[in-house]
Design a protein around this ligand. Sequence first.
Ligand SMILES: Nc1ncnc2c1ncn2[C@@H]1O[C@H](COP(=O)(O)OP(=O)(O)O)[C@@H](O)[C@H]1O
Ligand SMILES: [Mg+2]
Length: 216
Amino acid sequence: MSDIGPASPFFTGREDLLSELENYFNPQSSITQSYNGKIFVLYGMGGVGKTQTALKFIQTLQQRFTKCYLIVANSEESIKASFYDIAIKNGFSKSSGWEAGLKWIAKLEEEWIILYDNADDPNIDLGKFLPQANHGNMIITSRNSTLTQLSVRSKELKVMTPDEGAQLLLKHAVKSHQPNSEERLMAVHIAAKLHNFALALVHAVPIDDAITTTEY
Ligand SMILES: Nc1ncnc2c1ncn2[C@@H]1O[C@H](COP(=O)(O)OP(=O)(O)O)[C@@H](O)[C@H]1O
Ligand SMILES: [Mg+2]
């Protein structure tokens, strides 16, 4: 439960944010670090695409990071379970506990990156789960904007642009062929109705059905 998976094969857009992350986490960049490494908080509504964008960034820049870990930050239990998993994977005994994973990373003099994903619960003190080291890279995704206090850099992820929305919709809704111009127009229209909201776009019905439905 600490392995980072790939982003969706239908991942679309978000170029600006991806390059902002790339600049921020560039080891050569002169951006000030917080007392414990580089932390980027990505916040915004549930379903807007925070997790996917973070995964895409880490996937694209895998070469830059020597170790990539996922901390499932929904609850204290899941955070501890993720660090425990890291401890076990790195040779600690079962009796060591989750703290061993956290301390192990703090001592690791490498370009590691941790994704604290879905840190939505405002009652969790995430600070105590950040490795106490003056280096390292962390992305925190959350619905909760107050977590920006932990970071030097943060960004609110908003809904997709109309163009991104239509593209994403087409990838899900027209799979059998290259979309034609009628389908493209329809996609812009439907995506707008769905407020270019990623979670809604990926669950939209096939567009050929939508076109047929609206004809009657
Ligand atoms: N840029 C994107 N490209 C393709 N699919 C996306 C994109 N952003 C989000 N999605 C899809 O939308 C849904 C919600 O995205 P997710 O990243 O889990 O949102 P959040 O973490 O903000 O709650 C997922 O099914 C995801 O695959
Ligand atoms: Mg998420």
